[in-house]
Design a protein around this ligand. Structure first.
Ligand SMILES: Cc1ncc(COP(=O)(O)O)c(C=O)c1O
Length: 374
């Protein structure tokens, strides 16, 4: 039995100002409590089609050797990515999800008193990485079209700034930064700043003017690209992501990271997923249809939706959405409320299968009041 002897453990004081990421209750438990049998998981921008069958096979094959440590350098996967991206293997870093690499970037670049510049709202893990380093976070409001305001972000950069995070497409809004704006932003970037373009939803983008990190890295800019197998490749549960960056930075991260930060099943699954073009194509087709249908359902109930370049729709209502989010959950439909992004009137709804969206449509009809219906 643990006893409190009145002593405090020497935990770093500033950790108490941070909050733990809430992943919610385990799904099984939630379903039991709600008494629903069918669910639509539309809250975390996952792939509703599941992993590629080839990735599942590869993981089964790799499972029998999991008594051995994995290849800590992840060479086979990094070679594959290097070839695909036409980048040197030294520039590629693997992570236990791209979250892991966000964390390493903060460890490598931020001392106490340094700062990062991020969009608001944007992906929440950037802030956590900075806080851990006792670095400051300069949040810059998105513009009226819910897109990163690169002009304002450039103005927020000062001598303490070391890192700028731009989620492109942005989570939660699904908007993108285009080349023209990003060129202008880079032209004025002071030399002490690295820009991380977080391309977690890269595969879903079809806009020809999209500012892709790879192009800028090749041209020699201090740019990092972050990508993941959690979204279009349907492998969120196995945790594998990657970054590409100037070799000087990947070398620094190699010194920081856990020697086995990515595992053998993840390496095997990711390689197989990259080889399964059909699964990716199917995912992108399903997403196009899903995005249109989700937008039309939400518009019907009075929401204004933002044009998305990812696998989710960001929608704004005239009133707080928390009651609607809770009511939908009672029908087994899980969507993300905007409150965690500081936008209580918004919701984010991820791509789903036809069945998922039937559930969404029926549940919306039941939970929304006449006033919201349009
Ligand atoms: C913009 C963005 N970056 C990174 C991540 C983290 O992805 P991973 O599963 O690879 O850690 C997410 C996940 O939602 C995201 O939306």
């Amino acid at each position: 039995m643990c006893q409190n002897l009145g002593m405090r453990l020497p935990i770093r004081e500033h950790l108490f100002s941070m909050s733990a990421y809430s992943t919610g209750r385990p799904l099984d438990e939630t379903l039991r409590a709600l008494g629903v049998s069918r669910v639509a998981r539309l809250a975390s921008n996952e792939n509703p089609l599941g992993p590629s069958p080839k990735a599942i096979e590869a993981m089964k094959d790799a499972a029998s050797a999991t008594n051995y440590y994995p290849d800590g350098g992840g060479i086979a996967l990094r070679e594959k990515l290097a070839k695909k991206l036409e980048l040197p293997i030294e520039s590629i870093v693997l992570g236990n999800g791209s979250d892991d690499i966000i964390h390493y970037l903060c460890l490598a670049l931020l001392d106490e008193g340094a700062s990062i510049v991020v969009g608001d709202p944007s992906f929440v893990r950037y802030e956590a990485g900075a806080q851990l380093q006792k670095a400051q976070v300069q949040k810059v409001a998105l513009n009226d079209s819910e897109t990163h305001d690169l002009n304002a972000m450039a103005h927020a950069i000062d001598e303490t700034t070391r890192l700028v995070f731009i989620a492109n497409p942005n989570n939660p809004t699904g908007t993108i930064v285009r080349r023209v704006e990003f060129d202008a932003f880079l032209a004025d970037l002071p030399p002490h700043v690295v820009v991380a373009l977080d391309e977690a939803y890269f595969e879903f983008v079809s806009d020809h003017d999209f500012a892709s990190a790879r192009e800028y890295l090749v041209e020699g800019y201090p740019v990092v690209g972050l990508r993941t197998f959690s979204k279009a490749y349907g492998l969120a549960g196995i945790r594998i992501g990657y970054g590409f960056m100037p070799a000087e930075l990947s070398d620094a991260i190699d010194r920081i990271r856990e020697p086995f930060n990515t595992n053998a099943l993840a390496h095997a699954a990711a390689i197989a997923a990259l080889n399964d073009i059909d699964h990716l194509r199917n995912t992108l087709d399903t997403n196009r249809t899903a995005i249109k249908r989700i937008s039309s359902i939400l518009n019907r109930y009075g929401a204004t939706t933002t044009e998305t370049h990812a696998n989710f729709v960001w929608a704004r209502f005239d009133e707080p959405t928390a009651p609607m989010v809770d009511a939908l959950a009672k029908h087994g439909v899980f969507v993300r409320g905007g409150a965690m992004f500081g936008r209580p009137n918004c919701i984010r709804v991820s791509m789903g299968t036809e069945n998922d969206l039937d559930l969404l449509e029926n549940a919306m009809a039941t939970v929304t009041t006449g006033a919201q219906s349009r």
